[in-house]
Ligand binder design. Structure first.
Ligand SMILES: [Zn+2]
Length: 192
């Protein structure tokens, strides 16, 4: 697990392109009422990214139905943002995993680097240990991961399952992991 990748603007450009693909398929599917979707992105101020985080990170891709009387907002899944949480999704997964797998000193170094305070770190542990395992998503999705990933080992074991190390392409590994988790990034995605 290499945190340096997450400090490169190219990593975030790559993930933005994935989000654009997700948005394009959502747009093609249209609204459930049959209406067309128009772009209606909304502003975000994500934390945890490098100083040269691409400007596209100032918003989340989203749509509005064009049909009078519907006007429903449709926000596609994302590999960048987790709902309204302020930290970039990959950063929160990586640092939460490091809390389980690294020395306290290393965790401190990383949280300084990504500007994450102690309370946020504690919240992420609660999220992964208590909230995430209870989601309808995880109850189904864990069945696709064999051998089983125990809830107590989240998110470290999940990250290790997707990030294979030196002989694989870490960008593609991150893409697979974040796409796997993307159903939880939409409204209601964390429901039990
Ligand atoms: Zn509609």
């Amino acid at each position: 697990m290499d945190h340096r990748l997450l400090q490169q603007a190219s990593f975030w450009e790559f993930l933005f392109a994935v989000d654009e693909d997700l948005a394009a398929s959502a747009c093609e599917s249209g609204c459930s009422c049959g209406g067309h979707l128009h772009r209606a992105k909304f502003p975000r101020k994500p934390r945890g990214g490098p100083a040269d985080l691409p400007p596209e990170y100032g918003y989340r891709l989203s749509f509005c139905c064009n049909r009078e009387g519907c006007r429903k907002r449709v926000t596609p899944p994302s590999v960048r943002f987790l709902g309204r949480k302020v930290y970039l999704h990959a950063v929160s997964i990586l640092v939460a995993a490091m809390q389980q797998g690294a020395t306290p000193r290393r965790v401190q170094e990383l949280s300084q680097r990504f500007e994450i305070d102690r309370r946020t770190l504690a919240r992420w542990q609660v999220f992964w240990q208590e909230q995430f395992p209870r989601t309808a998503f995880w109850k189904v999705a864990r069945g696709f991961l064999l051998p089983v990933v125990e809830a107590a080992a989240l998110p470290l074991k999940l990250l290790q399952r997707f990030l294979h190390g030196h002989d694989s392409d870490p960008l593609q590994d991150w893409k697979r992991l974040l796409l796997f988790l993307s159903p939880i990034t939409i409204t209601g995605g964390l429901k039990g």
